[in-house]
Design a protein around this ligand. Structure first.
Ligand code: KG4
Ligand code: ZN
Length: 352
């Protein structure tokens, strides 16, 4: 059972964890959200600086809490793609330096593979056999067929904003703080999810009809803007709870309906929900309800490991390590890398 020190710095959370297979021995996250909230979104330059400041003490903390010295871990891992280049570099350079100093192998991890692995950190046994993963975060909205560890096929995606990004932008137009996801969820408490009728954006297929498993959130964002403008013109206070609940409901419906349709068409018995937006309780509940009605199994990442953290990176690293994967110590970082190409991170010659 491998034990790994894992680092996560792809966006606005600095994180370190020590993970032994599916057990999180220690995990620490320093969120920069408050700092970025002033600007209404993530400022890359600030993110890199804060990672640099936060990482050393986070590593010290997880070593102290786990009681596992760096000399005792089997490998050191860091997210290396996709994400903000300057931010990723901090984790990558730190990880590779520690690996060299302690004579340990280094593993670069695909951030989305980390999100996928988050579901293994639950109490239940990991889902078996081929599954359909609904990955919804601030940067991605994807339906991914996973036939075996490391074997990914993307079956659906958003053609514009990611679901989390849409939560963040709609949060801003409702006057809520960044990030919009948790703020909208809180504002929606007690609201009427059926009060406003909002569009379930569809993506046209070039030859006619629609792409059945793809998403578009730009029309929904515009519809929300129009609602807010129309309601604002009357001078009355915005019905915030109803607006937030109606928005949350339509996003949850569109995600769950297309996931269930895709799983059934592909003959996949299980849907797995991961990523920051997977923390949304309305989405989790709707998936449970609709999947059960369709005779599908479902699994959601534990709440604690939905938004960015290093434990999920550690879980992915343990799996890769056990399969014999090792990265070149020269491996750099990349802002974009399809999940299906995650295996390139373990080529003996660094792929970037
Ligand atoms: O996975 P994550 O932490 O970072 C990325 O890899 O992007 O996801 C962050 C996103 C943000 O857009 C945030 O608004 C959204 O996840 N989010 C939520 C909730 N918590 C976080 N969206 C809806 N409901 C939530 N409770
Ligand atoms: Zn993420």
């Amino acid at each position: 059972m491998p034990t790994v020190l894992a680092l996560e710095t792809s966006c606005d959370e600095s994180a370190a964890a020590i993970v032994a297979d599916r057990s999180v021995l220690a995990s620490a996250v320093a969120s920069q959200i408050e700092e970025h909230a002033r600007w209404g979104g993530v400022v890359p330059e600030i993110a890199s600086r804060r990672h640099l400041e936060a990482l050393p003490s986070l590593i010290e903390r997880v070593v102290a809490e786990s009681g596992v010295a760096l000399a005792e871990v089997d490998a050191i891992a860091a997210s290396v793609a996709p994400g903000l280049v300057g931010a990723l570099l901090v984790g990558s350079v730190t990880g590779r330096t520690l690996a060299r100093l302690h004579g340990k192998p280094f593993l670069g991890i695909h951030h989305l593979e980390g999100h996928l692995a988050s579901v293994q950190l639950g109490e239940e046994a990991p889902p078996q056999g081929p599954v359909l993963v609904l990955l919804v975060s601030g940067g991605h909205t994807e339906l991914i067929r996973v036939d075996a560890p490391g074997h990914y096929q993307r079956l659906g995606r958003s053609h514009d904003d990611a679901a989390g990004e849409c939560f963040d932008k709609v949060g801003r137009l409702l006057g809520l703080p960044y990030p919009g996801g948790p703020a909208i969820e809180a504002a929606a408490q007690g609201g009427d999810p059926s009060r406003f009728s909002l569009p379930k954006g569809r993506v046209s297929r070039p030859g006619g009809g629609f792409l059945p498993y793809d998403f578009s959130f730009s029309g929904l964002k515009t519809a929300m803007l129009r609602q807010v403008q129309a309601l604002g013109a009357s001078g009355a206070p915005l019905p915030l709870a109803d607006l937030a609940a109606s928005f949350e409901q339509v996003v949850a419906e569109v995600l769950v309906e297309r996931s269930c349709r895709c799983a059934k068409a592909e003959g996949l018995a299980t849907i797995v929900l991961v990523g920051g937006v997977a923390a949304n309780r309305r989405l989790r509940a709707l998936l449970a309800q609709r999947a059960a009605a369709d005779g599908l199994l479902w699994r959601v990442a534990p709440l604690a490991w939905c938004t960015d953290n290093a434990a999920m990176v550690g879980a992915a690293a343990c799996q890769r390590f056990a399969e014999g994967c090792r990265s070149s110590i020269r491996l750099g970082v990349a802002p974009r890398l399809p999940l299906a190409e995650a295996g390139r991170l373990y080529a003996s010659e660094a792929c970037f």
